[in-house]
Design a protein around this ligand. Sequence first.
Ligand SMILES: [Zn+2]
Length: 456
Amino acid sequence: MNLNERVLSMEAQLLTCLQENLRIPSVQGEAAEDAPYGVEVRKSLEHVLSAAQALGFRTENVDNHLGWCEYGEGEEMVAVLGHLDVVPAGDGWSFDPWGGEIRDGRIWGRGTMDDKGPSIAALFALAALRDSGLPIRRRIRLLFGCNEETGSQDVKYYLAKGGEVPVMGFTPDAEYPVINGEKGIINVTFSRNYQQSGDLQVLEIHGGTAPNVVPAAAWAKLACSQALAQHITQLSAPKVCFTATEYGVLVEAEGISAHGSTPEQGENAIGRLILALDMLPFEGEMAAVVHFLASTLGMESDGRSAGIYLHDEVSGGVTLNWGTLDGDEKRLSMKINYRYPVTKSYEDCAPTLDAAFAAAGFVKDTEQHKAKLYIPEDSQLVTTLLKVYAQHTGLEGKAKCIGGGTYAKMLPNILAFGPIFPGDEVREHKPDEFIEIPKLMKNAQIIASAMYEMAK
Ligand SMILES: [Zn+2]
């Protein structure tokens, strides 16, 4: 029996194990003793680790943050990183999200694609590889994370506890063929206090909902005299509305929403609002604030005027999304989400943006940085995974870079590989999540071959 046949011979066992785990609603819950992400997540981990033990693998539970099983000998280790926590079921299901039901050649339930299906496929792929007797010179470790959906503290904990870093590996938690680059992502909050003077003053200003969403609406309530209000309401700007009110003027701007990783596909309502405000006769500090924001950010999605435009061949340019703006008579604060190309670094852009805002009197209140990930196309890992992908699908795969972040960012030397095939609809986080059983088994075969190729 060759490796592919061995994987297929495990189908019944794999499905039973997956069904059992799907019946554990491992959504993050309240932390309890020995259950940092809640008792259901712990149960899900314990279930997989005992299945791994029953298959004869060494296992370790890292304080219920993450667990792993391992096969083979050798100085070096290669890894497959999956996760057992899931997002809440939500509404709109025609199946029991926690039933693990098999119907129409599919297995249904929360986690079938993301990421219990691929994680348990990897477990039986490892058993098939062992049973095949194919010689390997590196250990193969399957890591079962427990906190991917709500912060990825699991892998951080593993690393902080001295968890071994693989020499190479992948996470089946995105799509095929291979994602070999993920832009660096910076979320930053700037705020500024001010004193207003003159006839025209901001009462309240708002726009956006989250840093990684292009805002579709923004508005400002401005206090001013009747005479000035009359003048302002004569102005016109595309997709901006000036309305006279009892306090002065309401300015409303419309945009088009898009994901924060592709802001060029949207129109930023906050930027549009600020450009409109920049036409108005503010005085003193507010005039300076508005003009700075209009001339530095405006509606741009590439950070050009902010001085942080960078570009590379493999992943394209910087993207910048001005996600939120909230202010009143005395203070405003704003959140920006920006992403830099995979061959560049934090130092290439963040200090420049920070300096521009500092010079304009802003304070940086918070910042999160997820460093870029890049494993070149000619690396052994990328060429190996693409070869395996081509063997199993007959498709010529090309590595690609994305603006979003996957689980691969959490652990050095790994990238995202599978489980979604090109052209398949994305079912993660939606009602009626399922995976076709032949595609689940195809994933198991691909994972088995990839583990063998990395470890041989
Ligand atoms: Zn996932």
